[in-house]
Design a binder for this molecule. Structure first.
Ligand SMILES: CC(C)(COP(=O)(O)OP(=O)(O)OC[C@H]1O[C@@H](n2cnc3c(N)ncnc32)[C@H](O)[C@@H]1OP(=O)(O)O)[C@@H](O)C(=O)NCCC(=O)NCCS
Length: 214
Protein backbone atom coordinates (compact mmCIF):
# COMPACT_ATOMS: atom_id res chain seq x y z
CA UNK A 1 0.00 0.00 0.00
CA UNK A 2 1.41 3.42 -0.93
CA UNK A 3 1.43 6.39 1.46
CA UNK A 4 -1.38 8.01 -0.54
CA UNK A 5 -3.70 5.01 -0.43
CA UNK A 6 -3.21 4.30 3.30
CA UNK A 7 -6.00 6.62 4.44
CA UNK A 8 -9.02 8.43 3.05
CA UNK A 9 -9.54 12.01 4.18
CA UNK A 10 -12.94 13.60 4.56
CA UNK A 11 -14.65 16.58 6.11
CA UNK A 12 -15.56 16.06 9.78
CA UNK A 13 -19.25 15.38 10.50
CA UNK A 14 -21.10 15.10 13.83
CA UNK A 15 -20.85 11.28 13.58
CA UNK A 16 -17.06 11.60 14.02
CA UNK A 17 -17.31 13.38 17.39
CA UNK A 18 -16.72 10.41 19.73
CA UNK A 19 -13.91 8.85 17.71
CA UNK A 20 -12.15 12.15 17.07
CA UNK A 21 -12.34 13.24 20.73
CA UNK A 22 -10.97 9.87 21.86
CA UNK A 23 -8.19 9.82 19.26
CA UNK A 24 -7.01 13.38 19.88
CA UNK A 25 -7.33 12.88 23.65
CA UNK A 26 -5.14 9.76 23.48
CA UNK A 27 -2.43 11.08 21.17
CA UNK A 28 -2.07 14.45 22.90
CA UNK A 29 -2.02 12.96 26.44
CA UNK A 30 0.64 10.46 25.35
CA UNK A 31 2.78 12.39 22.89
CA UNK A 32 2.22 16.16 22.83
CA UNK A 33 5.10 17.46 25.00
CA UNK A 34 3.23 20.28 26.85
CA UNK A 35 0.24 17.99 27.59
CA UNK A 36 2.65 15.31 28.87
CA UNK A 37 4.61 17.88 30.91
CA UNK A 38 1.55 19.08 32.85
CA UNK A 39 0.20 15.53 33.26
CA UNK A 40 -3.08 15.81 31.34
CA UNK A 41 -5.00 12.54 31.05
CA UNK A 42 -6.53 11.27 27.81
CA UNK A 43 -10.04 11.78 29.17
CA UNK A 44 -9.30 15.36 30.30
CA UNK A 45 -7.95 16.14 26.82
CA UNK A 46 -10.92 14.41 25.13
CA UNK A 47 -13.27 16.63 27.19
CA UNK A 48 -11.44 19.67 25.77
CA UNK A 49 -11.81 18.40 22.19
CA UNK A 50 -15.53 17.70 22.73
CA UNK A 51 -16.17 21.39 23.42
CA UNK A 52 -15.07 22.20 19.85
CA UNK A 53 -17.07 19.45 18.09
CA UNK A 54 -20.30 21.44 17.47
CA UNK A 55 -18.26 24.24 15.92
CA UNK A 56 -16.27 21.77 13.80
CA UNK A 57 -19.53 20.46 12.40
CA UNK A 58 -20.95 23.93 11.75
CA UNK A 59 -17.82 25.46 10.18
CA UNK A 60 -16.82 22.60 7.84
CA UNK A 61 -13.06 23.17 8.20
CA UNK A 62 -12.02 20.05 10.17
CA UNK A 63 -10.58 17.00 8.39
CA UNK A 64 -10.46 13.38 9.53
CA UNK A 65 -8.38 10.54 8.04
CA UNK A 66 -9.63 6.95 8.12
CA UNK A 67 -7.80 3.75 7.28
CA UNK A 68 -8.67 2.76 3.71
CA UNK A 69 -8.52 -0.88 4.82
CA UNK A 70 -10.63 -0.84 8.01
CA UNK A 71 -12.35 2.55 8.27
CA UNK A 72 -10.73 3.12 11.68
CA UNK A 73 -9.89 6.76 12.37
CA UNK A 74 -6.16 7.28 11.83
CA UNK A 75 -5.87 10.98 12.47
CA UNK A 76 -7.66 14.31 12.62
CA UNK A 77 -6.95 18.00 12.17
CA UNK A 78 -9.40 20.09 14.18
CA UNK A 79 -9.58 23.42 12.35
CA UNK A 80 -11.56 26.58 13.05
CA UNK A 81 -11.95 30.10 11.77
CA UNK A 82 -9.24 32.17 13.50
CA UNK A 83 -11.91 34.68 14.56
CA UNK A 84 -14.25 32.03 16.01
CA UNK A 85 -15.55 32.69 19.51
CA UNK A 86 -14.17 30.15 22.04
CA UNK A 87 -16.75 27.52 23.05
CA UNK A 88 -18.48 27.55 26.44
CA UNK A 89 -17.02 25.30 29.11
CA UNK A 90 -13.30 26.10 28.85
CA UNK A 91 -13.42 27.40 32.44
CA UNK A 92 -14.66 24.01 33.68
CA UNK A 93 -11.72 22.04 32.25
CA UNK A 94 -8.91 20.48 34.27
CA UNK A 95 -6.79 23.40 35.62
CA UNK A 96 -3.71 21.57 34.27
CA UNK A 97 -4.63 23.19 30.94
CA UNK A 98 -3.89 26.65 32.35
CA UNK A 99 -0.09 26.71 31.79
CA UNK A 100 -0.68 25.51 28.20
CA UNK A 101 -3.34 28.17 27.57
CA UNK A 102 -0.92 30.72 29.01
CA UNK A 103 2.09 29.95 26.79
CA UNK A 104 -0.01 29.50 23.63
CA UNK A 105 -2.02 32.62 24.52
CA UNK A 106 1.23 34.59 24.60
CA UNK A 107 2.04 33.42 21.07
CA UNK A 108 -1.41 34.38 19.79
CA UNK A 109 -1.43 37.79 21.48
CA UNK A 110 1.93 38.73 19.97
CA UNK A 111 0.96 37.42 16.53
CA UNK A 112 -2.40 39.19 16.46
CA UNK A 113 -1.09 42.55 17.71
CA UNK A 114 -1.51 45.04 14.89
CA UNK A 115 -3.12 42.49 12.53
CA UNK A 116 -6.72 43.23 11.62
CA UNK A 117 -8.50 39.96 10.81
CA UNK A 118 -12.04 39.34 9.60
CA UNK A 119 -14.01 36.07 9.86
CA UNK A 120 -13.55 33.99 6.69
CA UNK A 121 -9.98 35.21 6.10
CA UNK A 122 -7.71 33.12 8.30
CA UNK A 123 -8.06 29.49 9.34
CA UNK A 124 -6.60 28.16 12.58
CA UNK A 125 -5.14 24.65 12.29
CA UNK A 126 -5.69 23.85 15.91
CA UNK A 127 -5.28 20.18 16.97
CA UNK A 128 -3.37 17.79 14.70
CA UNK A 129 -3.07 14.19 15.88
CA UNK A 130 -2.24 10.87 14.27
CA UNK A 131 -2.74 7.52 15.98
CA UNK A 132 0.53 5.75 16.87
CA UNK A 133 -0.30 2.80 14.62
CA UNK A 134 -0.29 5.14 11.59
CA UNK A 135 2.66 7.34 12.64
CA UNK A 136 5.46 8.28 10.27
CA UNK A 137 3.53 7.46 7.10
CA UNK A 138 2.63 10.95 5.95
CA UNK A 139 -0.89 11.04 7.46
CA UNK A 140 -0.28 14.38 9.23
CA UNK A 141 1.01 15.93 6.01
CA UNK A 142 -2.05 14.62 4.10
CA UNK A 143 -4.38 16.09 6.75
CA UNK A 144 -2.72 19.51 6.51
CA UNK A 145 -2.79 19.50 2.70
CA UNK A 146 -6.49 18.51 2.70
CA UNK A 147 -7.38 21.18 5.30
CA UNK A 148 -5.59 23.87 3.27
CA UNK A 149 -7.24 22.81 -0.01
CA UNK A 150 -10.65 22.85 1.70
CA UNK A 151 -9.90 26.28 3.18
CA UNK A 152 -8.89 27.68 -0.22
CA UNK A 153 -12.17 26.42 -1.71
CA UNK A 154 -13.98 28.32 1.05
CA UNK A 155 -12.11 31.53 0.30
CA UNK A 156 -9.58 31.53 3.17
CA UNK A 157 -6.38 33.46 2.43
CA UNK A 158 -4.23 32.57 5.43
CA UNK A 159 -3.63 29.57 7.69
CA UNK A 160 -2.00 29.71 11.13
CA UNK A 161 -1.04 27.14 13.77
CA UNK A 162 0.80 26.82 17.08
CA UNK A 163 3.21 23.92 16.60
CA UNK A 164 4.23 22.62 20.01
CA UNK A 165 7.01 20.17 19.19
CA UNK A 166 9.83 19.41 16.78
CA UNK A 167 7.89 16.82 14.77
CA UNK A 168 4.87 19.05 14.19
CA UNK A 169 7.14 22.04 13.42
CA UNK A 170 8.93 19.93 10.79
CA UNK A 171 5.63 18.78 9.30
CA UNK A 172 4.19 22.32 9.06
CA UNK A 173 7.45 23.68 7.56
CA UNK A 174 7.22 20.96 4.91
CA UNK A 175 3.72 22.23 4.11
CA UNK A 176 5.02 25.77 3.53
CA UNK A 177 4.45 27.34 6.96
CA UNK A 178 6.95 29.89 8.27
CA UNK A 179 7.80 30.87 11.83
CA UNK A 180 6.27 34.12 13.16
CA UNK A 181 6.47 33.99 16.98
CA UNK A 182 8.26 31.64 19.38
CA UNK A 183 8.34 31.04 23.14
CA UNK A 184 10.77 28.97 25.23
CA UNK A 185 9.63 26.05 27.38
CA UNK A 186 12.74 26.46 29.53
CA UNK A 187 12.06 30.14 30.28
CA UNK A 188 8.28 30.01 30.72
CA UNK A 189 6.79 30.42 34.21
CA UNK A 190 3.13 30.26 35.21
CA UNK A 191 2.14 30.99 38.80
CA UNK A 192 5.86 31.11 39.55
CA UNK A 193 6.31 27.50 38.42
CA UNK A 194 8.37 26.09 35.53
CA UNK A 195 5.68 23.70 34.21
CA UNK A 196 7.62 22.89 31.06
CA UNK A 197 11.09 22.43 32.56
CA UNK A 198 10.99 18.71 31.71
CA UNK A 199 10.53 19.45 27.98
CA UNK A 200 13.03 22.30 27.63
CA UNK A 201 14.89 20.27 24.97
CA UNK A 202 11.81 20.64 22.68
CA UNK A 203 12.72 24.33 22.38
CA UNK A 204 9.29 25.88 22.54
CA UNK A 205 5.99 26.32 20.75
CA UNK A 206 6.11 28.24 17.46
CA UNK A 207 3.27 30.15 15.86
CA UNK A 208 3.57 29.57 12.14
CA UNK A 209 1.49 30.78 9.22
CA UNK A 210 1.14 30.36 5.49
CA UNK A 211 -0.54 32.43 2.81
CA UNK A 212 -3.06 30.54 0.69
CA UNK A 213 -3.35 31.12 -3.02
CA UNK A 214 -6.69 30.70 -4.74
C1 LIG B 1 2.93 15.33 15.13
C2 LIG B 1 2.12 14.20 14.51
C3 LIG B 1 0.73 14.71 14.16
C4 LIG B 1 2.83 13.72 13.23
O1 LIG B 1 2.01 12.76 12.58
P1 LIG B 1 2.61 11.74 11.47
O2 LIG B 1 1.46 11.26 10.65
O3 LIG B 1 3.45 10.72 12.13
O4 LIG B 1 3.50 12.73 10.61
P2 LIG B 1 4.04 12.49 9.11
O5 LIG B 1 4.28 11.03 8.90
O6 LIG B 1 3.15 13.20 8.15
O7 LIG B 1 5.39 13.30 9.16
C5 LIG B 1 6.33 13.09 10.19
C6 LIG B 1 7.60 13.84 9.82
O8 LIG B 1 8.26 14.23 11.02
C7 LIG B 1 9.59 13.79 10.99
N1 LIG B 1 9.99 13.58 12.37
C8 LIG B 1 9.75 12.51 13.16
N2 LIG B 1 10.28 12.72 14.39
C9 LIG B 1 10.86 13.95 14.37
C10 LIG B 1 11.56 14.75 15.33
N3 LIG B 1 11.77 14.31 16.58
N4 LIG B 1 11.99 15.97 14.95
C11 LIG B 1 11.77 16.44 13.70
N5 LIG B 1 11.10 15.72 12.74
C12 LIG B 1 10.66 14.50 13.08
C13 LIG B 1 9.53 12.54 10.12
O9 LIG B 1 10.81 12.22 9.59
C14 LIG B 1 8.57 12.99 9.03
O10 LIG B 1 9.18 13.88 8.13
P3 LIG B 1 9.61 13.45 6.61
O11 LIG B 1 8.30 13.21 5.88
O12 LIG B 1 10.33 14.66 6.13
O13 LIG B 1 10.45 12.22 6.75
C15 LIG B 1 2.01 12.98 15.48
O14 LIG B 1 3.31 12.64 15.91
C16 LIG B 1 1.15 13.22 16.70
O15 LIG B 1 -0.06 13.01 16.67
N6 LIG B 1 1.77 13.66 17.82
C17 LIG B 1 1.06 13.89 19.09
C18 LIG B 1 0.17 15.12 19.03
C19 LIG B 1 0.94 16.34 18.58
O16 LIG B 1 2.05 16.57 19.03
N7 LIG B 1 0.31 17.12 17.70
C20 LIG B 1 0.88 18.35 17.18
C21 LIG B 1 0.68 19.46 18.15
S1 LIG B 1 1.00 21.00 17.35
Amino acid sequence: MTRDSLVDCSLYTANDADEMSRLLGDVFARRDPPAVAVGLTASAFAAFVRLFCPKADAEGLTIVARSAATGEMAGALLTEDSMAVPPDGLDRLDPKFDPIFDILGQLDAEYRAGRAMQPGESMHLFLLGVSESFAGQGVAQRLIAEALANGVRRGYRLAATEATNRTSQHVFRKQGFVERVRRSYGDHRFGGQAWFGSIAEEGGPILMDRRLLP
